[in-house]
Design a protein around this ligand. Structure first.
Ligand SMILES: NC(=O)c1ccc[n+]([C@@H]2O[C@H](COP(=O)([O-])OP(=O)(O)OC[C@H]3O[C@@H](n4cnc5c(N)ncnc54)[C@H](OP(=O)(O)O)[C@@H]3O)[C@@H](O)[C@H]2O)c1
Length: 300
């Protein structure tokens, strides 16, 4: 089956130049032919007057036949015209070719320049998008209290009560975005005060009082992009996803093992480096010893 080639309606400037040149040549040759006919006619007419009717022209010097002089004059003009159209044109043709070549090269150079500019622009956009992304993910901190066995919670509740840990949590997160999974949000009596609560849920209709609802961790991070230190505050499912985005973990390690149904992901020491630690013994207000530990992502 033949497929008809689609007509290309774009006007190529080179083609326009070729057509214009062809038109110019035709007009030039036509003018020469007219010139030739007019010259022949004039010579014939003058010869008839001169020879047949013996029309005398006394103004001619040396008794030259004026028809012959006229024929010579017209002949010279005709020869000049002939040379211009058929001989000198070949030089013009080369000049024209050179002009066309220059024109094409110029066109090519403009194209290359345009392409370069587009590529530069794309590279700049890519770099700025990467930079924005990096900047956005720069200071994301995960904050969690976990047991020695990484236990986080049970039956959608916290397992222990450590008042200094709560104070620590409040101090760090105050004024910032706190990003959490829907289950963690529901485990709290209400949205955390003095913070921007962001709840992640896959349920499109889900609403949460005094909190923003988004449908992915990325969307939560994007929502907090103006915050210089947004916090991911749990629970287990969100921490697992947050590992890739965060560059800091503020961990409270409770020095006991607990039965639980939700666990914090393993902290890979090839990825995370401990940079600060503060130990707290158990006392009348705290049933378990614990440590505040800060981890930073290596190469973050
Ligand atoms: N010890 C601590 O520091 C600490 C801190 C926080 C929480 N916790 C404990 O952790 C437990 C809760 O953790 P969890 O792992 O069960 O639940 P979670 O992480 O708090 O929330 C899970 C829910 O988040 C939503 N979700 C998760 N990933 C999503 C994604 N990519 N896109 C959209 N939505 C997403 C889903 O909500 P939908 O089902 O609505 O779609 C999912 O069911 C509780 O026991 C809590 O007390 C402990």
């Amino acid at each position: 089956m033949f497929r008809k080639k689609k007509a290309d309606n774009t006007i190529n400037p080179q083609q326009v130049a070729l057509v214009e040149n062809a038109q110019y040549r035709i007009a030039q040759k036509r003018r020469f032919q007219t010139h030739l006919l007019v010259t022949l006619f004039l010579i014939f007419f003058a010869s008839v007057l001169d020879f047949a009717f013996e029309y005398k022209a006394d103004f001619m010097p040396f008794n030259t036949r004026w028809s012959l002089a006229l024929a010579t004059l017209l002949g010279i003009v005709l020869v000049v015209h002939f040379l211009k159209v058929y001989v000198f044109y070949s030089f013009m043709g080369k000049a024209w070719e050179a002009e066309q070549m220059e024109f094409l090269l110029e066109k090519q150079a403009i194209k290359v320049e345009k392409l370069k500019r587009t590529m530069d622009k794309e590279a700049a956009l890519k770099a700025s998008a990467e930079w924005e992304r990096e900047k956005q993910y720069k200071n994301i901190t995960m904050i969690a209290a976990i047991a020695e066995n990484n236990a986080l919670g049970k039956d959608n509740k916290l397992i222990w009560h450590l008042s200094d840990d709560l104070k620590h949590f409040k101090n760090l997160t105050k004024g910032h975005h706190v990003i959490m999974g829907r289950k963690t949000f529901e485990s709290m009596p209400k949205a955390l005060p003095n913070r921007t609560n962001v709840v992640i849920s896959r349920q499109k209709e889900y609403t949460a009082e005094n909190a923003h609802v988004v449908h992915s961790l990325e969307a939560a991070i994007a929502l907090a992009h103006e915050d210089d230190r947004p916090f991911i505050i749990g629970g287990g499912e969100i921490y697992r996803q947050g590992m890739a985005f965060a560059n800091c973990i503020e961990l409270t390690r409770v020095h006991d093992d607990f039965e639980a149904d939700t666990f914090f992901p393993e902290i890979d020491t090839a990825v995370w480096r401990e940079v600060w630690r503060e130990n707290h013994d158990k006392d009348e207000k705290h049933a378990h010893a614990f440590s505040f530990i800060r981890y930073e992502k290596i190469d973050a």
